[in-house]
Design a protein around this ligand. Structure first.
Ligand code: EPU
Length: 437
C-alpha cells in the first residue's frame, strides 16, 4: 500500500490553537519574503556589497543565504538587515541539495549568467502546488543569446555576453520576469520584456537594480525596458512590506471578527484583497499612509473570486480567503487559475466542519455557521497559514501540523498572534527563527 501523504507522527511539531477568541491590538508587518528572496539573488549582479533592511527572519531566507554562500557570496547579518558581498564569486554552480529545497533559488541563473558568462543551476522540480516549469526563463535567456542545455537535471547556460532582445512571455510569470530583468541589466543593448509580470515584488526588484545603477523603466506595467550597463555598484535598500502576510492578518481579524491595526503596509499593493474583504462586509480604514485599521462585520456575505496575475486577486491569498468563506453566508466559488494543484487545504478545512467541494480548478464553498477544532495537516505554506487562521475561529482546539511550510514564509507568526491576544502554542518544536541566518 502506498504511504499516506498526510500521516501525522506523534513527535511532529504542531501549533495548538485554542480557537474562538477575539484578537485586538496592532501587528507589525515584516519585509516581503518574495521580494527579499529575489533581491538576494539580484545582489549577485554587483561587484560590491549590498545592504538590505527589513529582511524577514525566515527559513527560506536562510536557505537562500546558504546557496549564495556556495557561490562565493559573503553574508553579514545584522538585526533586521543583511549585507551581501558578491565581489569574489567562486562558483557558477548552485548545489542541487540546496536548490531543491528552495525553488526561488533558480532565479539566480539570470544574474550568474550576466555576471560570470556561465551558470549551472539544477531544475528545481515541482512542488505541492504544481509542476512549476521554468521554460519561460530558459527561452528568454536563449533569446538574449545564451546557449542553454538541460542535462542530468541541470540547466547549463553560457553566454560570453548577453545581448538585449525583445522577449514576449506567453504568461506573465513573476519568476521569469525577474530572471530576465536581472540578466538584461548587464547585457549589451536594450531588452524589452512584453507581457511582463506586474507584481509589487517585480517593481521592488527593479527599484533595487536601479539603486545599483541599472537602467530599467516600465516595471509595474506589462512592458519593461532594460538598457544594459557595464557594471552595477553596491547599494543600501529597504525591502517592501509583505502584502501576503498583511492579507493573512486581515483574514485572521476577519474570521475572528476582531478590530486590529496593521503597519507598515503599502495599501496600493492590497487593492484586490481590500476590495474583496469590503465586498464581504468588512471595513478597512487607512489611518496613516502606511497604517490600516480592520473593522470586522458581524456576518460576511459570500463572494466569487478568481485568482489572477497582479493586479488580479493573488493566488497566495486563495487558501486564506477560503478559510473566511467557510463561515460566510451563502455559497462562494473560488477559481484557481495560476497553479494547478493549490487546494491542499480543502480536505483539511472540511475536517474542521467546512463544506467545500472541488470541481476541476473551482472550489464551491457553502457557508456553515461555525468551524470546529481538529488535527489538520498543512500541505504548503499558504495552505498551512489558512489552517492557522481557521483554527483561530474554530470552536475548541485545533492542532496544525506542517510547520516546516509555515516557517518558510511567516516571521514569528505565533508571537505576532499571541500579541494580538490569540491563545496558541508550539508543541514538540524548536522555536521559530528570530534572526536571519
Ligand atoms: N509558469 C510556466 N512556465 C515558467 C514559469 C511559470 O508555465 O517558465 C507557470 C507556473 O507553472 C504557474 C504560473 O506560471 O502556473 C505562475 O508562476 P510564476 O512564475 O508567476 O510564479 P513563481 O515566480 O514561481 C512567485 C512566488 C509565488 C507566487 C507566484 C504567483 C516567489 C519566490 N514565489 O512564484 O509565491 O504564488 O509568484 O504570484 O516569488 C508563496 O509565497 O507561497 C508562493 C508560492
Amino acid at each position: 500500500m502506498p504511504p499516506l501523504i498526510n500521516t501525522i507522527s506523534q513527535d511532529q511539531p504542531y501549533l495548538r490553537i485554542y480557537g474562538g477568541r477575539q484578537l485586538s491590538g496592532h501587528v507589525k508587518i515584516s519585509g516581503a519574503k518574495n521580494s527579499a528572496l529575489v533581491l538576494m539573488t539580484g545582489a549577485l549582479l554587483a561587484e560590491d556589497t549590498c545592504h538590505f533592511h527589513n529582511v524577514p527572519a525566515l527559513a527560506d531566507i536562510n536557505r537562500m543565504g546558504e546557496i549564495l554562500q556556495a557561490l562565493g557570496v559573503k553574508l553579514f547579518p545584522s538585526k533586521g538587515g543583511l549585507s551581501l558581498d558578491s565581489r569574489h564569486l567562486t562558483s557558477a554552480h548552485a548545489p542541487y541539495e540546496l536548490v531543491s529545497q528552495l525553488r526561488a533559488s533558480f532565479f539566480a541563473i539570470g544574474p550568474l549568467l550576466a555576471r560570470l558568462g556561465t551558470a549551472r543551476v539544477p531544475l528545481p522540480g515541482g512542488c505541492a502546488i504544481g509542476a512549476r516549469p521554468v521554460e519561460l526563463h530558459v527561452r528568454g535567456l536563449q533569446a538574449m543569446g545564451a546557449e542553454v542545455h538541460i542535462e542530468h537535471g541541470i540547466v547549463q547556460a553560457y553566454a560570453r555576453k548577453l545581448k538585449g532582445a525583445k522577449i514576449y512571455l506567453d504568461y506573465p510569470s513573476v519568476g521569469a520576469t525577474e530572471t530576465l530583468m536581472m540578466a538584461a541589466t548587464l547585457a549589451d543593448g536594450e531588452t524589452i520584456i512584453e507581457n511582463a509580470a506586474q507584481e509589487p515584488e517585480v517593481v521592488d526588484l527593479a527599484n533595487f537594480c536601479r539603486s545599483m545603477g541599472a537602467k530599467i523603466r516600465g516595471a509595474g506595467t506589462n512592458t519593461i525596458t532594460i538598457v544594459g550597463v557595464q557594471k552595477l555598484h553596491g547599494t543600501d535598500y529597504e525591502i517592501i512590506p509583505d502584502r501576503i502576510e498583511t492579507g493573512t492578518f486581515l483574514t485572521a481579524a476577519a474570521i475572528t471578527r476582531s478590530e486590529i491595526t496593521l503597519a507598515p503596509v503599502f495599501p496600493d499593493h492590497l487593492t484586490p484583497i481590500i476590495a474583496k474583504l469590503e465586498e464581504m462586509g468588512a471595513q478597512i480604514v487607512q489611518e496613516t499612509p502606511k497604517t490600516l485599521r480592520f473593522i470586522p462585520a458581524e456576518t460576511y456575505t459570500s463572494t466569487d473570486i478568481e485568482t489572477l496575475p497582479y493586479p488580479g486577486f493573488p493566488t497566495d491569498m486563495q487558501s486564506l480567503f477560503m478559510a473566511l468563506m467557510t463561515i460566510a453566508e451563502g455559497n462562494s466559488i473560488f477559481s484557481e487559475t495560476v497553479f494547478e494543484n493549490r487546494f491542499g487545504h480543502v480536505p483539511e478545512l472540511n475536517r474542521m466542519g467546512a463544506d467545500i467541494r472541488i470541481k476541476g480548478n473551482h472550489a464551491v464553498i457553502r457557508g456553515v455557521p461555525f468551524l470546529s477544532g481538529a488535527p489538520v495537516m498543512g500541505t504548503d505554506l499558504r495552505a498551512t497559514a489558512a489552517l492557522v487562521v481557521a483554527g483561530l475561529a474554530a470552536q475548541g482546539e485545533t492542532q496544525v501540523y506542517g510547520l516546516t511550510h509555515l516557517d518558510r514564509g511567516y516571521e514569528a507568526i505565533e508571537a505576532k498572534l499571541q500579541q494580538l491576544g490569540a491563545k496558541l502554542e508550539r508543541v514538540n518544536g524548536v522555536p521559530q527563527a528570530t534572526a536571519v541566518l
